[in-house]
Design a protein around this ligand. Structure first.
Ligand code: PMV
Length: 366
């Protein structure tokens, strides 16, 4: 049975909040990005996915967000936002629009002067899911403020579910960044507590090999994407392959859940690469079509496949909505892959840049 939308319950909770007493406070969270293995591409309604997705939670690609607040006497949403210590009008606009959207759930925001300061450990809007880390970090700060003002307990498991629910409203993939190692977002009959409204952690059903996966992110270009994820999702509405894609992805979830449990890395490689290429094939078959891969993306894919065949190392690639290549492999092969990157791959990266990331434990309160 699909899980019910918790929205009404959250609104009822919000209705009990009185205007906060005069006070001020601060919170800071570090939240990682995640890399989807089965991709979410296509949505409907209020940020609901057309198919379930599964991701690995990263560590080194993260956003740090600090929020300070002071309770004021007059009402009205007021936010000062700094990105890398500088005003950033585009992001400020996005934050206002998100906070306005969630105001019915967090009515106390209207009584606060809010200062947000954020920075990323990696280039934003370059196909590393920066919205996942930034939006989950922001939501964690808001929930923390809620706790400071009204004593909502973080120990309650429903707290994480709530964090995921609101992160999802900001950016679908953000719903998955909250959980250690791996997360599933979207209803599937193959996992009991799965939901379209929030993600759930998969830590308890992961084979140990997936808890030590490395993700070397090869930066082919850190330029802002020519087509945003938002535009890409909406192009799926007219994509002739949409229906078959949603069905295929839902079946692939079943396969991947099995693989994550048994540790069948060969099968994991097949699923991961196929999903990456399907995502980009959907972009190419949209109307109008678009291509986010660069020539160097294909060059690197060829080299990775050659290296796998020659070395027998279980390494595979995946892509997000951008040109950069994520290389996934067990920790055991870290030194050999590092050599491979240095000797053969780095020259195809922008200024030789890559991020030495790994699957990690999720957000941290600072
Ligand atoms: O969360 P959004 O709306 O930025 O969409 C992300 C979509 C992909 O990153 C391409 C795939 C995914 O599941 O993360």
């Amino acid at each position: 049975m699909p899980i019910r939308n918790p929205e009404i319950r959250y609104l009822q909770q919000a209705a009990t909040y009185k205007p906060p007493n005069m006070r001020e406070g601060r919170t800071e969270w570090k939240s990682p990005s995640n890399i989807a293995i089965v991709k979410y591409w296509g949505k409907h309604g209020k940020q609901l996915p057309q198919n379930p997705s599964i991701s690995l939670t990263l560590s080194e690609a993260y956003t740090r967000t600090a929020v300070s607040y002071r309770v004021k006497k007059t009402r009205g949403l007021h936010v000062d936002f700094l990105f890398d210590d500088r005003p950033y009008p585009l992001f400020t606009e996005k934050i206002y629009s998100f906070l306005n959207q969630i105001l019915p759930f967090f009515p106390f925001l209207d009584w606060l002067d809010i200062g947000i300061s954020s920075n990323n450990s990696f280039p934003h809007s370059s196909g590393i899911a920066s919205s996942a880390s930034s939006m989950s970090a922001l939501v964690l700060c808001l929930l923390d403020i809620e706790q400071q003002l009204y004593g909502v307990s973080k120990a309650d498991p429903a707290w994480l579910q709530r964090a995921s629910f609101f992160s999802r409203l900001a950016s679908g993939s953000a719903s998955r960044s909250l959980f250690p190692y791996a997360a599933l977002w979207g209803h599937t009959p193959y996992h009991d507590s799965s939901s379209n409204y929030f993600a759930v952690g998969l830590e308890n059903r992961l084979h140990p090999v997936f808890k030590t996966l490395r993700d070397s992110i090869l930066i082919i270009s850190s330029e802002t994407k020519t087509v945003s994820s938002r535009a890409g999702h909406s192009l799926m509405e007219k994509n002739p392959y949409a229906l078959i894609r949603y069905q295929t992805a839902s079946e692939t979830i079943k396969e991947l859940l099995g693989v994550l449990h048994t540790g069948d890395i060969e099968h994991f490689i097949d699923i991961t690469e196929s999903e990456a290429l399907q995502l980009h094939a959907l972009m190419m078959s949209s109307k109008p079509s678009f291509i986010l891969m660069e020539p160097n993306t294909l060059q690197l894919i060829k080299l990775v496949r050659q290296f796998r065949a020659q070395s027998g190392i279980p390494i595979c690639f995946t892509l997000d909505a951008g040109p950069n290549l994520h290389l996934l492999y067990p920790e055991l092969y870290q030194d050999k892959v590092k050599q491979f990157i240095d000797n053969q791959l780095k020259e195809f990266c922008q200024a030789g840049a890559w991020i030495d990331d790994y699957v990690g434990e999720g957000p941290v309160k600072l």
